[in-house]
Design a protein around this ligand. Structure first.
Ligand code: ADP
Length: 161
């Protein structure tokens, strides 16, 4: 069975993430979305909340699972004996960071491959931080995050203001 892991912060899941999930789920027998803790990023949603939001969005995709992991993605891969990491690429700026991560992960475990999927042009500008900022200043985020979680984001940001 071909299994892949799609790791990220997903704070919150955006339409860009959903698009990568949808496409990767067609290529692999099983796709596991792994919400990993990024100490460099200040969170809006806590990890269990992010997992719950993603689960709601991926409900229609029978071969997509959602989990969280506190630690290096490569350790998650080892523990579960999975060999493919999926990453999305939006722009050159993503490339530099992702290139470094892929090389480090390869150094840590050369049996794991990182595969990149290009963003859908429609979502090339989209990031979780852009969604948070837009919502924080009262901008409309419809079309930026999946409809299933739209109100959760608006409510959460409202509570923080
Ligand atoms: P961000 O907080 O920047 O949105 P995440 O850490 O949650 O990013 O992203 C997880 C993965 O999803 C990364 O590989 C990232 O490059 C990818 N990704 C994020 N947004 C998009 C998008 N709009 N299109 C394609 N890939 C994306």
């Amino acid at each position: 069975m071909k299994v892949a892991v799609y790791p990220g912060s997903f704070d919150p899941i955006t339409k860009g993430h959903e698009d990568i999930i949808k496409r990767a789920a067609k290529v692999f027998d099983e796709l596991i979305v792994v919400v990993s803790v990024n100490p460099d990023k200040k969170g809006l949603f806590d990890i269990p909340e992010r997992v719950e939001l993603i689960k709601r969005v991926v409900k229609p995709y029978a071969n997509v699972k959602v989990e969280s992991f506190d630690g290096l993605v490569i350790n998650y891969m080892k523990t579960h004996d999975i060999k493919v990491i999926i990453k999305g690429l939006r722009a050159m700026s993503d490339f530099e960071y992702e290139f470094q991560m892929a090389l480090i992960n390869n150094k840590l475990d050369s049996s794991v491959e990182t595969l990149f999927m290009m963003t859908n042009t429609e979502y090339s500008f989209l990031s979780s931080s852009a969604v948070k900022q837009t919502a924080m200043f009262g901008g409309c985020i419809k079309g930026l995050v999946p409809d299933e979680i739209l109100n959760d984001v608006i409510k959460k940001v409202g509570n923080r203001r």
